[in-house]
Design a binder for this molecule. Structure first.
Ligand SMILES: Cc1ncc(COP(=O)(O)O)c(C=O)c1O
Length: 284
């Protein structure tokens, strides 16, 4: 990315990716997105409008922050558009293995006939966050460039962390572990959704995800989630306001809830408190 380079992304998209691209002076065009992923018509319109687009950045599986998953058709359409317009795609996939409902869907990369798609994964959500060890799949020539660029940034990934993960993979069955956390997240998601349905006021909407860690909540237009957060913090409960996930701003009436991390009683208690605060805002 160079100063002024354009990234097309979902609206909303992952906050830390926005920060990473912004650090290099990127400009963002948010592509209209529904529950099945980016709208291909809008994507094509923006590719026509900005022929010098540098990158399309997407999270097709249990997206951060919305928890949404792209349909098979949209995945194929994205690969076809990237091939037709010769634009690179970064398919960021930290959550794909955390599916607790529905059918596994193939990566956009699997429809990539032009070699334009780079697919990334991480141990952060299936093993342990903090190690900063992940992987990347792409065309050999692109990966060779990537290695040079990565060396310029960090010389190499932490060796001790790589050895610890390698040893873990030798000693234990990571698929069994993933099975366990998937089941845990499924139950916590069910409980969170059930609690929210009972505790949140009318006019507040959310959809149940089929995997991942997040629930995306839309409040009535006039309610500002940052103000709701202030009131929730006074009750010792927190969420992430949705506004910063829109690179060009706006949509302050949204927020992200994470259900993966707390035991059942605290999920019920915490979401109950958020529900009470929301009622104060929405029914005021
Ligand atoms: C979409 C997305 N990409 C990447 C990451 C971070 O991955 P890592 O911990 O490997 O840097 C996250 C974590 O929140 C994420 O949501």
């Amino acid at each position: 990315m160079d100063e002024g380079d354009r990234v097309l992304c979902e609206s909303p998209t992952y906050l830390a990716a926005i920060s990473a691209f912004k650090a290099y002076g990127a400009t963002f065009t948010e592509i209209r997105t529904d529950e099945n992923g980016m709208l291909p018509d809008d994507l094509e319109k923006q590719l026509e409008r900005y022929p010098d687009t540098k990158l399309i950045y997407v999270i097709p599986d249990f997206q951060n922050p919305t928890g949404r998953t792209w349909s098979l058709e949209r995945r194929e359409q994205l690969a076809a558009l990237s091939a037709r317009y010769g634009v690179a795609v970064v398919e960021d996939n930290p959550y794909g293995e955390l599916r607790f409902e529905g059918e596994f869907l193939p990566a956009v990369k699997s429809f990539d006939t032009a070699g334009n798609v780079l697919c990334t994964g991480t141990f952060s959500k299936i093993f342990c966050p903090g190690y900063r060890i992940g992987w990347i799949a792409g065309e050999k020539a692109v990966i060779e460039k990537y290695i040079l660029a990565k060396q310029a940034v960090d010389l190499h990934s932490n060796t001790l962390a790589q050895r610890e993960i390698a040893r873990y993979l030798e000693l234990y069955d990571i698929d069994t572990h993933i099975e366990t956390i998937r089941e845990t997240y499924r139950k916590r998601c069910d409980l969170a959704v059930e609690t929210m349905r009972a505790a949140f006021p009318a006019g507040v909407t959310f959809a149940k995800p089929e995997g991942g860690l997040f629930l995306w909540v839309e409040l009535p237009e006039a309610v500002n989630a940052r103000e709701v957060l202030e009131a929730c913090l006074a009750q010792n409960v927190a969420f992430v306001p949705g506004g910063p996930f829109f690179p060009n701003g706006g949509r302050e009436n949204t927020l992200r809830i994470n259900y993966s991390n707390m035991p059942d009683d605290r999920i019920v208690e915490g979401l109950g408190r958020i529900g009470q605060v929301l009622r104060d805002f929405v029914e005021a």
